[in-house]
Design a protein around this ligand. Structure first.
Ligand SMILES: [Mn+2]
Length: 316
């Protein structure tokens, strides 16, 4: 289809219209959604958190939101309908831009993220966040739990992120430990998919290790997730290092032996019954990427998350 418009991010006349920007040009919001801070009539918000100061190995995830937005242009004029629908036909989605942070004052970062996330959630919008390293999920969970109470965490990750935490650390490897301690997730109904490293604590969270995942079908994995969550409100967090480095090289702490993007997208496509209350895609570090492999995978995961939400429009 030839392009009919350009710069849909600020020329669109409706929040639900399809973009027809040339893939190689135009303002790069996420999937060309309107860039705005106006949340009137908005169903879902895409928001960036350009933060990577909690990274233990390779930094660079602060550039993740920009890379994911840019890669999301690949859907223009070549739409993918994994849920058999144009997800923007009835889901009003905007790109809210990025979280404002002080790069020299990290102790204030959690409060800044939580406060800005709360402002979005209080407007009644579903929030999909583009990280940033995995530290950002802790303040995001706090903001969501204030509305929904303790949630089931569905985490795609090579790492458990349950390392010891003294509550002062700014560490991307301990957000789960904090969330359990704070009572904002329900560990008995939480699940981690793709784990390939060992941390001393699991807090009773159900783990699906990389080797087990290799043996399971996408249907089996999705059933395990849905059964374990059991219809409870869920927060979906996707660390791109869940994927094998072959499918996501552009990340801070890659681990060999992970699933393909095809396998995991197939799992996600089967999670329509998940009561998804919030979601994020984190740890995309484009400096280590090649040919946008990682950014395209992350943009696709984010698009699927919106698809899951679109299927539950009307639910809180
Ligand atoms: Mn992680």
């Amino acid at each position: 289809m030839p392009s009919k418009t350009i710069d849909h991010a600020f020329t669109a006349t409706s929040l639900t219209s399809a973009a027809t920007d040339p893939t190689f040009a135009g303002a790069l919001s996420f999937m060309r959604r309107r860039f705005t801070k106006d949340l009137a009539g908005v169903d879902a918000v895409v928001w960036g958190i350009p933060f990577d100061a909690a990274t233990s190995n390779r930094p660079g995830a602060r550039f993740g939101p920009q890379a994911i937005r840019r890669a999301s242009a690949i859907f223009d004029n070549d739409p993918q309908y994994p849920f058999d629908r144009d997800l923007f036909a009835d889901l009003a989605v905007v790109d809210y831009g990025d979280c404002l942070l002080d790069y020299g004052n990290h102790q204030d970062t959690p409060e800044a993220i939580e406060g800005q996330a709360k402002a979005i959630l209080d407007a009644g919008a579903f929030l999909l966040t583009l990280g940033g390293d995995h530290f950002v999920t802790w303040p995001l969970l706090k903001a969501h739990a204030a509305l929904h109470g303790p949630m089931a965490l569905v985490q795609f990750d090579a790492h458990q992120d349950t390392w010891f935490d003294d509550n002062r650390r700014i560490d991307h490897g301990s957000f789960v430990a904090r969330a359990v301690r704070d009572g904002i997730i329900d560990p008995a109904h939480s699940v981690q998919i793709g784990i390939r490293t060992h941390a001393p604590e699991d807090f009773g969270i159900r783990l699906v290790h990389g080797h087990a995942l290799e043996e399971m079908t996408a249907t089996e994995v999705s059933r395990l997730i849905l059964d374990h969550v059991g219809g409870r409100p869920a927060y979906l967090t996707f660390d791109i290092d869940c994927l094998d480095p072959a499918f996501a090289p552009g990340t801070g702490t890659p681990v060999a032996g992970g699933p393909s993007s095809a396998k995991i997208l197939s799992v996600m496509q089967r999670l329509g019954d998940l009561d998804i209350r919030g979601a994020d895609v984190v740890e995309v570090a484009p400096a280590y990427d090649h040919a946008d492999v990682t950014a395209i995978a992350a943009a696709t995961v984010a698009m699927y998350m919106l698809g899951l939400r679109a299927g539950r429009k009307g639910a809180r």
